[in-house]
Design a protein around this ligand. Structure first.
Ligand SMILES: *[C@@H]1O[C@H](CO)[C@@H](O)[C@H](O)[C@H]1NC(C)=O
Ligand SMILES: *[C@@H]1O[C@H](CO)[C@@H](O)[C@H](O)[C@H]1NC(C)=O
Ligand SMILES: *[C@@H]1O[C@H](CO)[C@@H](O)[C@H](O)[C@H]1NC(C)=O
Length: 377
């Protein structure tokens, strides 16, 4: 009886060992050279000098944070983060990433915080953020981005915090930001903003964001010169004037044929709607205006010109009427003066003719004449 009992105990012990053996590697697996904090489900691979990703299939299951900051990562494969659906935070800041493949974060449906601060990103594929609709915080600051392609932010409807500070943005398209219905904080500082008609539309969107309680940091204009250093939110009238001025300058160049209106400089420096490389470096290229027909439709919307033209015409008409009235009054006064003077002259002449007949003294007549003249004067 005893032998049977000990055999059963042995079997139980073996079973427990087996279970431990299967559990242990899973619990203790951690991609070298990272540190894994099993309490916080955090995997810290920061500052390890990595130029390629650690073996992420060794990531403890259920990991929430993956920190890869301060490494030398320069590129990532399209499926680098495949199957990492449990991650909620991914930090890739201070690396050398210059181009990220479309759909890189496709599987990360639980990601709420993505940091790409201080990399070398210059362009972003419009499908880059596909599949991360839960994202709440996106940091793209300190990169070389010169455009935010239309469609890039379409899925990020939960986004609350976005930084585009410290890039090379000179304009943004309103339509690219309209899907961000829950945005509360937007950082745009330290970009070479060109406060022209393109940015005006985005500015309206920014004002709407502020109106519903959002926050935007200072957007300082770099161009035009007379607005340099000014915060775009404080220069509505000047911006408007600048647009008009540009329209007038460009309108003279054979553009008048199109329904009598010059085309606003919308195609100039506009972000390419297709999301590819933006039209830049042609700031003094008037040929871009020749393609006015391709200008994005929101450029056409931004035409405030008819109102101002109407106002200008009104001013001219009023000025003309006032001038006319003054002129008529002056002519009337002159005519009155002339008629009065001629009447007086005639009267004097008649008076002189009558004097000899009446036989009055010479002195008397002279006195009367003097009185008359003085009264005329
Ligand atoms: C992701 O998981 C699936 C099955 O769950 C597996 O077939 C595939 O190889 C995994 N991909 C990567 C990159 O680990
Ligand atoms: C994603 O998050 C939800 C809620 O926090 C959680 O229930 C779910 O298990 C997570 N998905 C994965 C794959 O971890
Ligand atoms: C940006 O990253 C580089 C290289 O990783 C680093 O040397 C530099 O200090 C970082 N700059 C900032 C402002 O974090």
């Amino acid at each position: 009886m005893e032998t049977v009992g000990s055999r059963e105990e042995e079997r139980l012990f073996l079973c427990v060992l087996c279970m431990l053996a299967t559990l242990l590697p899973a619990a203790s697996s951690c991609p070298p050279p990272c540190l894994c904090d099993s309490d916080r489900l955090l995997v810290d691979c920061g500052g390890r000098g990595l130029s390629s990703l650690p073996p992420l299939h060794l990531l403890p299951p259920g990991s929430r944070s993956l920190l890869l900051a301060n490494n030398k990562l320069a590129s990532l494969g399209a499926s680098a983060f495949a199957n990492l659906s449990s991650l909620e935070e991914l930090d890739l800041s201070n690396n050398y990433l210059d181009n990220l493949p479309a759909g890189l974060f496709r599987d990360m449906s639980n990601l709420t915080r993505l940091t790409l601060h201080n990399n070398s990103l210059t362009v972003m594929d419009r499908d880059l953020f596909q599949g991360i609709g839960a994202l709440q915080s996106l940091d793209l600051s300190l990169n070389g981005l010169s455009s935010v392609p239309l469609g890039l932010l379409d899925e990020l409807q939960s986004l609350r915090w976005l930084s585009l500070a410290g890039n090379r943005l000179h304009g943004l398209e309103r339509a690219a930001f309209e899907p961000l219905a829950n945005l509360q904080h937007l950082e745009l500082g330290h970009n070479p903003w060109e406060c022209d008609c393109n940015l005006r539309d985005f500015k309206h969107w920014m004002e709407w964001l502020l109106y519903r309680g959002g926050k935007v940091d200072a957007v300082e204009c770099t161009l035009p010169k007379d607005l340099r250093g000014r915060d775009i939110r404080g220069v509505p009238v000047e911006m408007f004037n600048y647009c008009l001025q540009l329209e007038d300058e460009n309108g003279g160049g054979g553009e008048g044929s199109r329904s009598g209106q010059g085309v606003p400089p919308c195609s100039k420096n506009a972000l390419n709607p297709s999301g590819a490389t933006p039209i830049t470096d042609n700031t003094d290229d008037s040929s871009s205006n020749a393609r006015g027909g391709e200008a994005p439709s929101d450029c056409v919307r931004t035409r405030y010109r008819p109102v101002s033209v109407r106002r200008a015409i009104g001013t001219v008409v009023i000025a003309g009427v006032v001038c006319g009235i003054v002129c008529i009054m002056m002519v009337a006064a002159a005519a009155y003066g002339c008629i009065y003077a001629s009447l007086m002259a005639k009267y004097q002449r008649e008076l002189k003719k009558r004097q000899p007949l009446m036989g009055d003294g010479d002195g008397d007549g002279d006195d009367r004449e003097d009185k008359q003249i003085s009264s005329v004067a």
